[in-house]
Design a binder for this molecule. Sequence first.
Ligand SMILES: *Cc1c(COP(=O)(O)O)cnc(C)c1O
Length: 376
Amino acid sequence: MTRVNVMRPWLGDEEVAAVAAAIRSGWVAQGPRVAAFETAFAAAMEAPHAVATSSCTTALHLALVVAGIGAGDDVVVPSFSFIATANAAAYVGARPVFADVDLATGNLTRDTVEAALTPATRAVIVVDQGGVPVDLDPIRELCDARGIVVIEDAACGAGSTYHGRPVAATAEIAAWSFHPRKIITTGEGGMVTSGRDDWATRARRLREHAMSVSAADRHANVLAPVEEYAEVGFNYRMTDLQAAMGLVQLGRLPEIVARRRALADGYAKQLAEIPGLRPVADPAWGTGNFQSYWIEVQPEYPLSREELLAHLAAADISARRGIMAAHRQPPYRELTPSSGLPVTERLTDTTLILPLFHELIESDQERVIAALRRPV
Ligand SMILES: *Cc1c(COP(=O)(O)O)cnc(C)c1O
């Protein structure tokens, strides 16, 4: 019996060839392939502008900077997210204010955001958690009227849809991840997309030391133009090696999402017959990419979440505890709201992520389902 892994990126000879071609070209830092990847990504996500970065974490940081968020500001974030979501607010000196999430989707809602607003709230970071689209419009309606910026952390969201369009297509600004744990990968890498020309232009400069002329443009000239550094910038650039890979991966996205949705459907049909296991599902307003196929282990199930993880491990099946709760980590414990975060804690304590990836074969999925059916 071989191990069933919980995830594995889908990579092939095309990625190898694309990266090799970038190396042979002699241009390995941010250059023409990054520009091409930005154009292709913006088109695929129906976003007016795309700016490639070194990660989603740095993309989130840039989003907060261009939105003008800083010291003295409150930023509403879900605790139920990878810790980078809250850290981004801390980077700009703002205070993360944790809002609870919806039990069905694991996402912020208009009501949970409203409950977390303070007089100092200047931004909200919503997350398409595990690839489940957040219901953005009601949150925008609440926030736009108050001059609060809504940033979409779409780290897990590539290929998910909201009201028939790619998630974040209508976001003021969004951040994406190409870490191997996400839906398509460049090794490490990220993207900012935005509907605002001014924010995209500033993000493009800030990711490259706030240089007035990009390094690629300077090197294209025999006599490089003199550059200026108008503000304190960052080095958050993606490399052309990563972008070469990203272009191939982006081409695979429709196939990846179709395969993941078919596998998720297979799980959902079987799990419907097992009392006490509730799987994540599409919400009414969109379709997910099943970046994380999580199930909630409810009291009717004979095993606890920890016991089920051990039971699966004994069958050589690798599963993972569900999404973390940032407010339980040392930097944020003191920011736990007095009302608590009951749904976040329930989901963090009772969910686990089952194996689901492009090359998962049916017989392995059947092994997972058989182990869930026989909890002894
Ligand atoms: C993975 C993840 C991030 C961080 O992405 P990196 O590209 O690794 O920096 C941020 N937010 C969410 C919701 C994530 O899942």
